[in-house]
Design a protein around this ligand. Structure first.
Ligand code: NAD
Length: 371
């Protein structure tokens, strides 16, 4: 609650008076409120039409209450035809990366969803904000904390909202786990174990190139374990000790293969986390309280999350994470309230990730930088 209130204060202090003053001139929040009353869905431009956009986000958009696919941005001409036939996107609303800035005059687009390789999040978030669009940016927010700060500043300067694609923050079992931890249903959380990994295929893909990915398993999927620990404790880690293992120095020449790390929180909670690009099956989080445990296993898949506590199994049904995330962001825009998965949240994860990499490099415990 404290964190949400802090975000709310930051958001209000940086946007409200300026946005209200500027709203009439820019057609910003006021026009969105008008759209809400006319029940028009917010138009989404998808930037990057790779696996995630194709197999998860586009189908999810069709399930949302408050969003619709309005435009696509791609560097692959063949995809223009496929997507326009499948989703009815007209030529006027199809952009490539060079022409992207012309989206500023596309009134059908309210928000831009950046689904590109990690290193491109920074550039396209800033270009989208300058084009007057709200931005939903996939995780990890950027390659560095400095880039995160620049993205936040650009969105603030343009009075546009920024959210990060932390889909698990909209998944009912994750929400229940955070609620149970916060309510001390199982006492004080003393220890968390969390891990997410998978065996990565194609050795030529961008995920294995430092310049495009920023890092390896940690940036890609370890971030889910980190997010879960921060969500369960409601705190930021203060100190981190990490170790890396490489069994395939050729494939993982540029990025990390497997990392384990320990996080210390101010309340005394410790978290033991792991991630890997070299085996399947690591996909769980368990919080041990002084009076019992809460567990998700699998924890981070797109569906099929299973929950149990030391008292019972809990089944809250399944939701489409991306549809829930998109609808929440649309509602935040329409109701002029901050997203709980704000740019600051993305920045906090990058600060912890940087501490993990520093700990590996320096072989010692590292104090995590503050926002
Ligand atoms: P992908 O490789 O399938 O797609 C990447 C897209 O970017 C492709 O359309 C590709 O053509 C385009 N692209 C533009 N410039 C490129 C370049 N220089 N090199 C490579 N591709 C380039 O990747 P993806 O799995 O769709 O991941 C995209 C983003 O989404 C990443 O940031 C990733 O971390 C994130 N992601 C999030 C989730 C989630 O659950 N939230 C899941 C998967 C991926």
């Amino acid at each position: 609650m404290q964190r949400l209130n802090a975000n709310r204060r930051e958001f209000l202090s940086t946007t409200t008076s300026a946005a209200l003053a500027a709203g009439l001139a820019t057609g910003g929040f006021f026009s969105e409120t008008a759209r809400a009353s006319s029940n028009r869905k917010l138009g989404v431009a998808l930037v990057g039409l790779g696996n995630l956009s194709t197999n998860q986000i586009a189908p999810a958009l069709a399930k949302t209450k408050h969003c619709q696919l309005a435009a696509i941005v791609t560097g692959t001409p063949a995809k223009e035809k496929t997507w326009s036939e499948k989703y009815g996107v007209k030529q006027d609303h199809i952009y490539n990366y060079e022409r992207f800035d012309k989206i500023a005059s596309d009134d059908t687009v309210d928000l831009v969803y950046v689904v590109l390789p990690n290193s491109m999040h920074h550039e396209f978030t800033i270009r989208a904000a300058k084009a007057g669009k709200h931005v939903l940016c996939e995780k990890p927010m950027a390659n560095t904390s400095q880039e995160c700060r620049e993205m936040i500043a650009a969105c603030q300067a343009a009075q546009r909202m920024l959210a990060i694609g932390y889909r698990c923050q909209f998944e009912p079992h994750h929400l229940k786990m955070m609620e149970l931890a916060k309510g001390k249903s199982f006492g004080d959380i003393r220890m968390i174990e969390a891990g997410f990994g998978f065996k990565i295929g194609d050795p030529t893909q961008w995920r294995l190139k430092r310049e495009l990915a920023g890092g390896g398993a940690l940036m890609d999927v370890g971030i889910y374990a980190l997010q879960a620990c921060r969500g369960i404790t409601g705190e930021e880690p203060i100190a981190i000790t990490a170790q890396e293992t490489k069994t395939d120095a050729k494939k993982f020449a540029e990025v990390d293969e497997s990392i384990t790390w320990l996080m210390q929180f101010a309340s005394g909670t410790q978290a033991y986390c792991s991630t890997s690009y070299n085996f399947n099956g690591l996909n769980r989080v368990q919080a041990f309280g002084s009076d019992g445990y809460i567990k998700l296993d699998p924890a981070f898949s797109y569906s099929g999350i299973r929950m149990e506590t030391s008292k019972e199994k809990i089944d809250l049904g399944q939701v489409d994470h991306f549809a829930a995330e998109l609808d929440d962001f649309a509602q935040c825009i329409l109701e002029k309230r901050p997203s709980k998965v704000s740019g600051e949240e993305g920045l906090k994860d990058l600060l912890a990730i940087e501490a993990i990499y520093r700990s590996i490099d320096q072989r010692k415990t590292i104090a995590v930088d503050k926002v």
